[in-house]
Design a protein around this ligand. Structure first.
Ligand SMILES: [Mg+2]
Length: 267
């Protein structure tokens, strides 16, 4: 963050240096969370849109060819059915949805759908119990995903939000095979053992990346920061504790960061 508190407009020297090293690597992977990173956080999650500058920079990065080519990925907690229409990612980008439960590699028509019959049944049970929690807690909301259910409490009052989260975690969250993932004003119950760190490791391998840039704003992004290695660049967006080496203030700085990678890769 810059000395004046992270005003958009320039990146600090440490981050500039790290980006230069990343851009000099043969095949960098730029992997980004969506909400709070490409798109500013908003109360209505259907209204989230990437900043114009970030979309333009991503499209330009996707268009680089040959030795200048950069691998791209979006890594989101959202299901792909929600992420894709909102993010409108370049066709060349790998897409990870639902924290890794859904993966669509460049060129794939359909995402992987990895639930077995037992997990399908477990998901049905989790969703039914989570719906009961939402019915008891006004202002909360349930999002059903391909491999989990998410309780959203952003629009509930603080006491109701925490009561609902407790009811969810102490209820369906304790079913065998259920994993609890906590984020900002959300608690997700997942029936697959996935997280963004494992997803990022798989992307690194599958895309043949020689260095990775990962930017994320939420607690669930810490799994991704935790798997970064020497030569990788971890960027925490916004406030909060993090394992990432670098930090920027918000999505405006992410746009700047993407423009820098583009300039470094083409210059
Ligand atoms: Mg996020």
């Amino acid at each position: 963050m810059t000395a004046d508190g992270g005003a958009a407009g320039r990146l600090d020297d440490g981050l500039e240096e790290a980006l230069a090293a990343l851009a000099a690597s043969p095949r960098p992977l730029v992997a980004l969370d969506f909400d709070g990173v490409l798109a500013p956080l908003v109360d209505d999650r259907d209204a989230a849109r990437p900043l114009e500058r970030s979309s333009a920079a991503l499209a330009a990065l996707a268009g680089l060819e040959g030795e200048r080519a950069v691998a791209l990925a979006l890594v989101s907690g959202r299901p792909l059915a929600s992420l894709v229409p909102l993010a409108a990612p370049p066709a060349a980008a790998a897409l990870v949805g639902s924290h890794g439960a859904e993966v669509r590699m460049p060129g794939d028509e359909e995402p992987s759908a990895p639930l077995d019959a037992w997990q399908e049944a477990l998901l049905g049970d989790v969703v039914a119990r989570a719906r009961a929690v939402v019915a008891d807690h006004p202002g909360t909301d349930l999002e059903v995903k391909p491999a989990g259910a998410v309780l959203h409490t952003r629009t509930a009052d603080v006491a109701t939000a925490s009561a609902a989260q407790r009811a969810l975690v102490d209820g369906p969250g304790r079913l065998p095979g259920v994993r609890v993932l906590r984020g900002k004003d959300v608690v997700e119950l997942a029936v697959l053992d996935v997280d963004k760190g494992r997803s990022l490791e798989a992307l690194r391998e599958d895309l043949g990346a020689t260095a990775v840039l990962y930017a994320g704003d939420d607690v669930t992004d810490e799994h991704a920061f935790a798997v970064l290695r020497d030569g990788d660049v971890g960027v925490k967006v916004g406030d909060g504790g993090t394992a990432a080496r670098h930090r920027v203030a918000g999505p405006e700085d992410v746009a700047l960061l993407l423009e820098r990678v583009l300039a470094l890769r083409t210059g």
